[in-house]
Design a protein around this ligand. Structure first.
Ligand SMILES: Nc1ncnc2c1ncn2[C@@H]1O[C@H](COP(=O)(O)OP(=O)(O)OP(=O)(O)O)[C@@H](O)[C@H]1O
Ligand SMILES: [Mg+2]
Length: 248
């Protein structure tokens, strides 16, 4: 479904992603694991088109700071030059790190915004109902300003917004970051529910442990470079990987 081929991203002269190859097959849940500055966000933002968007914005201001090399293919087609919104229309939807929500808008207004590219109102309402089924705690928070919600509740809203955009491939950048174990379990269960809806999932995490039992395959990156990839079983069978990256 997704193929990232020889991707390199430079900010000035610093290499944030280095000759990275990664693939995601339809129906999979795939993890990208790496410590701070490994390049997880750069990778996710590049697949979603945000890095290209930032590059063009800086070019318009006269800067030439960002270089992107390599191809990204989605369902066999080259998407490397598409804008973020064109990628959303194709079904690639990113839930960015640290649960970005519109703080002054209500939970339900945030969810509705997730569907801003969807023309049929009925589809948006249907998706919002689905979000409340997947995250029951949000039902009681519909009218609350998202900025007043807890970090965990905001993460539910952020994932909900991505879901309302009707993804085929949902990208999640550190969805478990900063959440309590109870909230992590709720989000992990939600990701499993989302996958049941025929949504393919690519997520990044710094700490793999809570999500490890639920992924099909994983990629480990360090300083933008792929260190290892394999099925969950292959990763879990490797003691070095387990102690270095998973704290197990
Ligand atoms: N807009 C930017 N301009 C310049 N350098 C950047 C920019 N964004 C990221 N970088 C650099 O690229 C490298 C990779 O950063 P990135 O945010 O992708 O890592 P990460 O794995 O998401 O880290 P974290 O776990 O802290 O979120 C870092 O060295 C970072 O300083
Ligand atoms: Mg990051």
């Amino acid at each position: 479904m997704l193929d990232v081929n020889d991707l390199m991203v430079f900010y000035e002269n610093a290499l944030a992603v280095n000759s990275l190859n990664l693939d995601v097959q339809k129906g999979e849940m795939v993890g990208v694991f790496g410590s701070n500055s490994a390049g997880k966000t750069t990778l996710m933002n590049t697949i979603a088109g945000l890095t290209l968007h930032l590059k063009y914005r800086e070019l318009r201001k006269g800067g030439q700071r960002i270089t992107i090399v390599g191809k990204q293919l989605f369902e066999g087609k080259d998407i490397s030059n598409l804008s973020p919104s064109d990628r959303v229309k194709k079904g690639i939807v990113l839930c960015r790190e640290r649960h970005p929500v519109f703080r002054d808008m209500s939970v339900e207004e945030n969810l509705r915004l997730g569907g801003f590219l969807i023309k049929e109102q009925a589809k948006i309402e249907e998706s919002i109902d689905l979000v409340y089924k997947i995250f029951p705690p949000l039902t009681k928070l519909k009218a609350r300003s998202a900025g007043l919600c807890s970090g965990g509740e905001q993460e539910m809203v952020a994932i909900g917004m991505a879901l309302v955009a009707r993804p085929k491939l949902m990208l999640l950048d550190e969805p478990l970051l900063g959440l309590s174990p109870v909230m992590q379990a709720i989000v992990v269960q939600a990701l499993k529910d989302i996958r049941e809806l025929d949504v393919t999932v690519l997520l990044s995490e710094q700490y793999a442990r809570p999500i490890m039992p639920h992924i099909d395959r994983g990629f480990i990156i360090e300083n933008g470079t792929l260190i290892m990839s394999g099925t969950k079983e292959e990763l879990m069978d490797n003691p070095e990987v387990m102690s270095a990256y998973f704290g197990m």
